[in-house]
Design a protein around this ligand. Structure first.
Ligand code: NAD
Length: 417
């Protein structure tokens, strides 16, 4: 996984003027800690859970990245996602490096008290790596505001100081940013609108097929419909629904909030199908907001879209990059499209350090400014170097990272005294 992800960096290296030794600096993570966390279960039994935290690179500042609780979490996934965070924070122009954490666990098997003990155990295990000026976790799969509140509390017990800026994605009452929940979905739409001129898309409202109607997907759908686009198809793990005139997004959001599926929608003319049909459905933009590795070299030829928006992390496998280029399907890459989440995490960290809470409008303006600036950098590089959008996004991220690394001296500086 990590070596596949790095191939995208090596491809970009060919088009931007950064020196080889700086790129090799980014080959491997700076620090990865692996532990086992003892979890005392409610029935008295003891589980030992494998857990990791990787700080990939801190050239631009303290490292930043979510903590994931999932049975598929492994060392390589944590390192790969920390690499992506490094590229994303750089592209977004944030003073953060990249990190990621995870625990190999199925939280569906844990009670709330067991989950609290595990979350506090994670902070105890990695306390030396964490801190507002060193490594700042956030929520990810199966972790949310409640886990972040437990983390802040455990960190305060250990450090003897209450330090809200050590974690982001907290409840607003504990210093969380207003608008954080909506940020990734809203940011994805801002990115899409901003790069639209570089995509081969119709001028009016777009037909969008959306995989995944969770946090990021649902807020993207709302923002897209508000901006005049149609969500013509949507899926979740249980199936997909399609309506050529556009789906009723609020009705789907209500169904999902009450434990239902997108396939429960009762809208005249809407048709349901299996979840895996979503990626081959006819649309202008295929927005992927569920899982990684959805589009591969094996199915890239079956897509019926003009462009892909990567709201999830790595939903297009590196093996699909070349087939998609040949098919003329441009990809708005994850490090740009889902960067809104970490942008608003940065806004939260700044507010905590200021001891202030910004109004939601100010958070949203900050999100909009950062997304537009990053998207413009990418499209400018695309035009100047005649390259695809992913390569341009990696190129822009590497230029900023390599400038930070080289400011401490390059091989040439040291050779020349
Ligand atoms: P979520 O758990 O809220 O939603 C995931 C959705 O995907 C659910 O609706 C689920 O039913 C659906 N899903 C699962 N398997 C599916 C399948 N086979 N077909 C169709 N749908 C399926 O998660 P989220 O927070 O919305 O995150 C989604 C993705 O975006 C993840 O990859 C996450 O890492 C990435 N991401 C999220 C954020 C954020 O702020 N939420 C930020 C950056 C990246």
């Amino acid at each position: 996984m990590l070596s596949d992800a790095r191939q995208r960096m090596y491809r970009a290296e060919d088009y931007v003027n950064v020196s080889d030794d700086l790129v090799h600096y980014l080959d491997y993570p700076a620090e990865t800690l692996a532990v086992s966390i003892p979890l005392r279960c409610d029935d008295g039994s003891l589980k030992q859970l494998k857990a990791w935290r990787c700080r990939y690179n801190s050239a631009l500042g303290p490292t930043k990245g979510g903590i994931r609780f999932h049975p598929s979490v492994c060392l390589e996934e944590v390192q790969t996602l920390a690499f992506l965070m490094t590229m994303k924070c750089s592209l977004m122009g944030l003073p953060f490096g990249g990190a990621k954490g995870g625990v190999h666990v199925d939280t569906k098997e844990l009670s709330a008290l067991e989950k609290e003990r595990l979350t506090r155990g994670y902070v105890r295990a990695f306390a030396r790596q964490l801190g507002p000026d060193r490594d700042i976790p956030a929520p990810d799969v199966a972790t949310g505001e409640r886990e972040m509140a437990w983390m802040v509390s455990e960190y305060a017990e250990l450090s003897g100081a209450i330090s809200p800026a050590a974690f982001t994605g907290k409840p607003v009452v504990l210093g969380g940013a207003k608008g954080r929940t909506q940020a990734t979905g809203r940011g994805a739409l801002i990115a899409l609108q901003q790069v639209r001129g570089s995509l081969d898309l119709p001028d009016d409202g777009l037909d969008i097929a959306l995989q995944g109607f969770g946090n990021a997907g649902s807020w993207f759908a709302r923002a897209a419909v508000k901006a005049g686009h149609r969500i013509v198809a949507a899926s979740d793990s249980r199936g997909m629904v399609r309506h050529d005139d556009g789906l009723d997004i609020e009705a789907i959001a209500n169904l999902k909030a009450n434990g239902g599926s997108v396939t429960d929608l009762r809208q005249d003319g809407a048709e349901t199908a299996a979840a895996d049909q979503l990626i081959t459905t006819d649309c202008d933009v295929l927005a992927l907001a569920a899982l990684g590795d959805v589009v591969t070299d094996e199915n890239a030829g079956t897509l019926a879209c003009k462009a892909i928006l990567e709201i999830a992390n790595m939903p297009v496998a590196p093996s699909a990059d070349e087939p998609l280029r040949q098919a003329g399907i441009e990809v708005v890459p994850d490090i740009l499209a889902n960067g809104g989440g970490v942008v608003v995490s940065h806004a939260e960290w700044v507010q905590n350090r200021q001891g202030l809470g910004w109004p939601e409008d100010r958070v949203h303006d900050y999100l909009e400014d950062r997304m537009k600036a990053a998207a413009s950098e990418v499209t400018t590089l695309m035009r100047e170097r005649d390259i695809d959008m992913r390569t341009a996004a990696y190129g822009a991220a590497m230029i900023r990272l390599c400038n930070a690394i080289s400011s401490k001296g390059t091989s040439e500086d040291f050779r020349n005294g």
